[in-house]
Design a protein around this ligand. Structure first.
Ligand code: DX5
Length: 217
């Protein structure tokens, strides 16, 4: 299985101090930063877009992963690439042409990830899509908000994808914390997104290193 990549979700940061929060997380050992782009249609929330991503970019070396929860496919691929995005993850439920979108993301110079919601079967990504993407994100909450309860019933999906694609990055997002990392790592997830579990931890550096050790052990 690929090595751990720990990705604090900026949805839980202090939005009044974005640059400082990004720096704080890299200093605490984050490999990636997770930036949720939500358009208020696919999920009932509005977050940030390309201008804010571009503003944070000079303040951290961390790899920029985006979870793009938008209704119109591909709409912002180029803008996000120009803003400094490195991994663009789209929801399989929001596009009719995933292979075309993956091509568009790669052509823009980013890695491509595909996300599935808790109720979406792995059948939607196994095969051609999984063979083209750089990462599969198995959502462990309904997308939209931080601070929700981890859905352990999503673990068989992680396990199935890991068995089929031993070298692929598999990300989990939603409710990841010290009491949910073990089942996630055991199932085969190696990219760990955590908002509350890192930003609200007493010791974020310790939370990040614990997540990393559990995945790499
Ligand atoms: C949910 C977001 C998550 C969210 C996770 O749609 O994609 O990244 O911030 O927050 P926690 O870790 O608090 O569940």
């Amino acid at each position: 299985m690929p090595v751990a990549k720990i990705s604090p979700s900026m949805l839980s940061c202090d939005f009044a101090n974005l640059a400082a929060e990004a720096k704080r997380m890299t200093k605490n050992g984050a490999d990636w930063l997770h930036l949720d782009v939500m358009d208020g249609h696919f999920v009932p929330n509005l977050t940030l877009g390309a201008p804010i991503i571009q503003a944070i970019r000079p303040h951290t070396e961390a790899y920029f992963g985006k979870d793009c929860m938008k209704r119109k496919r591909g709409q912002w691929v180029d803008d996000i690439a120009k803003a400094g995005g490195q991994m663009y993850t789209f929801h399989i439920e929001a596009t009719k042409d995933p292979l075309g979108l993956i091509k568009q993301i790669h052509a823009a110079g980013m890695q491509a990830g595909v996300a599935i919601k808790p109720g979406t079967s792995t059948d939607s990504v196994i095969g051609a899509v999984a063979e083209q993407v750089d990462m599969i994100l198995v959502m462990t909450v309904e997308p939209g908000f931080g601070g929700q309860r981890f859905m352990a019933q999503c673990m068989p999906k992680v396990k199935q994808i890991r068995e089929l694609y031993p070298q692929l990055d598999i990300e989990v997002d939603g409710g990841l914390a010290l009491d949910t990392i073990d089942v996630s790592a055991e199932a085969g997830a190696n990219v760990i997104v955590a908002g509350t579990g890192i930003f609200k931890a007493d010791d974020p550096a310790k939370a990040i290193s614990t997540f990393r050790n559990k995945v790499n052990q």
